[in-house]
Ligand binder design. Sequence first.
Ligand SMILES: [Zn+2]
Length: 204
Amino acid sequence: MALESNDPLDRLWKEYSLAFRDFDDLTLARWLAQTLGQLEGKSWRLSHPLLGAYRLGAQAGHERQIWHKRLVTPPSAYLESPCCRAPSLPLLTRDVRESGLLCQHCSETLVTFEDIPGEVRPDVETWAAQYAPVHAVAHWDDRQRKSAGNYDRAYENAAQDAERLLARAGNELAPKLLNHFPTMVWEDHDECLEVRPEDIPAER
Ligand SMILES: [Zn+2]
């Protein structure tokens, strides 16, 4: 969600984010802290509207250094992030092996892959290793596409595999990570394979 992007969706999100411009620092800090309390104890789709609103507020808060000002005390379950001192709110993505779990406030690495608790790290590693070749189909070069014969079918199969893998992230991995973090967010789309949140089966 880069703000300088010309992508129409990014522009729309930037427009949404203007709502937080009218919040003064204390109001924004209180809103973030209260919302963290309401998010606590669950894993959330990245596409969930409540999470989307929180992420916009969190980005505004990051730009305004809200958490450095110590205006409010966030819910105690959330430890301070080493990256930006905001409360820890990790995002699981398909890039977890390279980037770890990402901070929802500053978008940097919040927890490196090596620091993911050992109880769940092997499952995350297996999942990411299964996801990588599936995602790679979207980025095949001409030679690879030709050797596949029917690339449209290969792409469609990869998209279906990605739907299953993303559902596993939401239904299995995020709940396990939730044993170690007060709240988890998981990425529920794959833009390169055109997998949308609504394509991923709901949590049981
Ligand atoms: Zn951060």
